[in-house]
Design a protein around this ligand. Structure first.
Ligand code: PSU
Ligand code: MN
Length: 333
């Protein structure tokens, strides 16, 4: 056979994580994999649908105290659709897939919570630090735990000033190497969307538009860019996932690009005007690295009197709903 071997499975070594409630916490150490909550572990063992949720949007993408309510609301949406939510974060040097209420509260309220991309995980674990995980770190930990579906707002990507600063989110490279399905409203509109789409093509990351022939624009229903493939139901997404598993070969993510409903999008003219101003402020103040994205999101929320925040939330809610339905459809066998 040419298809055997440990890399041929559908997910990245499911069950790599350890269970939460081992005596003396022994199972939590030594393995290196993420710690699964008891609920997530039980769901995976029973092959029930589980949806990974990202925590950077909670800690650094949304204003307090609304962020806590949103984090809990998103978990509730997943549950109401018959799936188990697994918010991902690092707490006191432990990578966790599935948080309890007190842990979600810490991510939302504790100002010492850092922003952790994939490359930050090892230093954070070694230092006993706590941090919220970006798309790159969340996708990695979720796949390690055996999860198949992940929801966020908008992915990171190639920034508009790339020729000057080479700022390209680590989300892209990680998604090129991780076989997870990520539901998002495209990439953040603060980015260079065409350049990001080019990078995703080069990296071999699949994209399907959900009931659209256009790539979404995060705060906006459409970025104006076309997508090559359109799917119209969670079952169709699950069929793409199965076909991808059957193909085997190198693992890359599948992006399900789910536009914010047109009636909930940010006014496009307002978006363009305020974004130009925010990009100028970012440049003037010399904001760089991990601070760029939170700075721009916050600036847009301020300068649109919260309208961008509402559009962001509408997108995230819709993505979490769709991710739960996809997880349910993919769990049917
Ligand atoms: N989606 C949102 N809000 C966010 C993010 C996504 O609606 O704040 C976060 C994700 O964690 C994503 C990160 O990985 O922004 C990208 O940050 P950077 O550009 O620094 O890689
Ligand atoms: Mn960056």
């Amino acid at each position: 056979s040419t298809t055997s071997g440990p890399a041929a499975g559908p997910a990245d070594s499911p069950g790599a994580g350890t269970a939460d409630e081992a005596p003396n916490g022994t199972a939590e150490r030594g393995c290196g994999g993420p710690v699964l909550s008891a609920e997530v572990r039980a769901a995976l063992d029973a092959r029930l649908p589980v949806v990974a949720l990202e925590s950077t949007i909670i800690a650094h993408g949304l204003p307090r105290p609304r962020n806590l309510a949103v984090a809990l609301e998103l978990e509730g949406i997943v549950r109401s659709l018959g799936a188990v939510p697994a918010t991902v974060a690092v707490l006191d040097g432990r990578a966790r897939v599935g948080l309890d209420g007190a842990q979600v509260r810490r991510i939302a309220e504790d100002r010492g919570v850092r922003k952790l991309g994939h490359r930050d995980l090892a230093p954070a674990l070694a230092a006993g630090a706590s941090g919220a995980t970006t798309v790159s770190a969340t996708a990695f930990l979720a796949a390690r735990a055996g999860l198949r579906v992940f929801a966020t707002g908008g992915l990171g990507g190639v920034h508009r000033e790339w020729v000057h600063d080479q700022d390209e989110s680590a989300d892209l490279r990680l998604l090129a190497q991780t076989g997870i399905t990520v539901v998002c409203a495209g990439v953040k509109s603060i980015l260079d969307v065409p350049a990001t789409l080019q990078r995703l093509e080069t990296l071999g990351v699949g994209i399907v538009g959900y009931r659209t022939a256009h790539f979404p624009g995060f705060y906006l229903h459409s970025s104006g860019e076309p997508v090559d493939w359109t799917v119209n139901s969670p079952e169709e997404v699950a069929a793409v996932m199965r076909a991808k598993d059957a193909l085997g070969g190198p693992q890359a993510a599948l992006i399900v690009a789910n536009p914010v409903p047109e009636q909930e999008q940010l006014n496009p003219a307002l978006h363009d005007r305020v974004l130009a101003e925010a990009l100028g402020a970012c440049r003037e103040r010399g904001v760089f690295g991990q601070d760029v994205t939170p700075f721009l999101l916050d600036r847009l929320a301020q300068r649109t009197a919260g309208a961008s925040l509402e559009a962001n939330l509408a997108a995230v809610r819709a993505n979490v709903r769709l991710a739960a339905r996809i997880a349910v459809a993919a769990a049917v066998r």
